[in-house]
Design a protein around this ligand. Sequence first.
Ligand code: SF4
Length: 204
Amino acid sequence: MKDLIFTYLVKNSIYVNLTNRCPCACTFCLRQNGDGVFGSGPLWLKHEPSLEEVKESLDQWNLSQYDEVVFCGYGEPMERLDVLLETASYIREKSDVKTRVNTNGLGDLIWKRPTAQYLKGLIDCVSISLNACNKEDYLRLTRSKFGVESFDAMLKFAVDCKEYVPKVVMTIVDVVTSKEVQKRCQELCDKLGLTLRIRPYEKS
Ligand code: SF4
């Protein structure tokens, strides 16, 4: 049933869909614009899965056969930080598979405290949507409910992650950024010691 997609396969990775909540309403978000993610069908949840439901869903897969387990979906996974961390811990117990969080980087604003530290030892990669090279453009694209402070908070989270997570990748979407913006994003990432990936228009 479409409303019970808690985990799904993308290429050779298992994706975990924890929530539809998100503080942003990005102009390019697949939630608004897409029919689903890589053929999974729409990922709208009738209810957010409990930890037990996520575990049960993960148990369908032989995790060791896959490249990664990725926390991603029609929403911001850091909205459900407790379940995310407990799920990541469960994955660690079961398998050596790598773990990744695809996030908008606004966890600190959601939780009103620094959050990168909680990922230590549980998450192998954090992929953060940079989206823009300045706070005004970022707000215009993401329409974050936290307003213009969102951009700086996202960058601080990214820099914090370097201390706790082995791999931190900033991403921008190719079709919504010009070459000039991509260049400025690269300069910003270089200044902060962050890796930038210019990705195609898809949620991966
Ligand atoms: S942060 Fe992600 S889930 Fe949230 S609106 Fe933007 S693209 Fe969609």
